[in-house]
Design a protein around this ligand. Structure first.
Ligand SMILES: C[S@@+](CC[C@H](N)C(=O)[O-])C[C@H]1O[C@@H](n2cnc3c(N)ncnc32)[C@H](O)[C@@H]1O
Length: 314
């Protein structure tokens, strides 16, 4: 970090410690301007992760996705399922480089390659199966799903790369993933409609049933059937430069620490009883019953229980 930036951040911190938030914010903004004005190249590129076996395999097989620097993104998302994945689909084969790499990386999986070019049939063999057809063709896709049984752990769309083909393929193959499958779309640059679609998916990940009381959200244990299917079955969207990973899962039930609605309501009632008792004590002592007096009595961690109590009293 350069000296001027360091000094500015130090000043911001000093103002914060004195409780002078106006000057603190001004210094932080100044630091941000300094950061934005930086034009020098990052001095050292991303260090190689020595445990990243996919980049090592990439050096051997040299698929085109390696030159796009996608492999370490894949590594982050695939390492947890490397040995459990049974069915991996790559739309867009072109050469044997990529499917050979996946075959080696996923030792227990069948690799299904889809391509419109009949030459790709030559790359079948071992645990690799090739299907020739147009990824946007419904009949071809439904036939493919029927023949393979679907239930894919991973689907990678590295085919035609048009907005239309990406959305169409997603509509067939995302529902054909297994419940915790991962869907990848490569090369989303210059495709505003795809970014909009990803933003829409993020809204689904962030879904909250209409009219749900925000204060109750830790007790939200079901969305109900009226929630969109994508909201109930999409738990994450990760976006990296030109590549997106979409994770299937159950919302909100993939939260293994979920508090069941009844248990949550019981805890809320218990907390509210505590706040009510504190309010009665204050009243008996002739003291004002306010947010401040209740929080002073019950501790800062009770602040939102106090808010809920006061809101309930109108
Ligand atoms: C970028 S290459 C795939 C590269 C490969 N996955 C890799 O990492 O080395 C794109 C492939 O998509 C195929 N393709 C293009 N349009 C297609 C379509 N409509 N349906 C299926 N495959 C298509 C092309 O024939 C080409 O082989």
């Amino acid at each position: 970090m350069d000296q001027r930036l360091q000094d500015t951040l130090a000043k911001a911190l000093a103002w914060e410690k004195q409780g002078n938030w106006v000057d603190a914010v001004a210094r932080r903004n100044e630091a941000l301007d300094l950061l934005l004005a930086r034009t020098e190249r990052t001095p050292t590129p991303r260090p190689l992760d020595p445990t990243d076996s996919l980049e090592t395999l990439g050096e051997v097989h040299k698929p085109s996705k390696r030159s796009h620097d996608y492999l370490h993104r894949y590594w982050k998302h695939f390492r947890d399922v490397q040995f459990t994945a049974r069915k991996v689909v790559e739309v867009g084969v072109q050469t044997e480089r990529s499917i050979n790499m996946w075959e080696e990386f996923f030792p227990n999986a069948t690799i299904f390659g889809l391509d419109i070019d009949p030459v790709c049939q030559n790359y079948a063999g071992g645990r690799k199966k090739i299907f020739i057809g147009d990824q946007t063709d419904e009949r071809f896709q439904l036939e493919f799903i029927k023949e393979t049984g679907g239930d894919f752990d991973i689907v990678i769309d590295d085919g035609l790369h048009s907005t239309y083909s990406m959305l169409k393929t997603f509509s067939y193959l995302y529902p054909a993933l297994n419940d915790h499958g991962i869907y990848v779309i490569e090369d989303v640059q210059k495709k505003p409609a795809i970014l909009q679609f990803l933003a829409q998916l993020m809204e689904f990940v962030n879904y909250m049933p209409p009219d749900f009381d925000l204060l109750n959200w830790p007790g939200l244990s079901a969305f109900g059937d009226s929630a969109p299917w994508l909201a109930r079955n999409t738990i994450g969207v990760s976006f990296h430069r030109y590549i997106a990973f979409i994770e299937r899962g159950f919302n909100p039930r993939d939260n293994r620490y979920l508090i069941e609605a009844e248990e949550f309501q019981r805890r809320v009632r218990e907390q509210q009883d505590g706040v009510r008792a504190a309010a009665e004590e204050l009243e008996l002592a002739g003291l004002p019953v306010t947010q401040e007096s209740l929080v002073a009595k019950l501790g800062r961690r009770s602040a939102h229980h106090v808010d809920r109590y006061l809101k309930g009293k109108g």
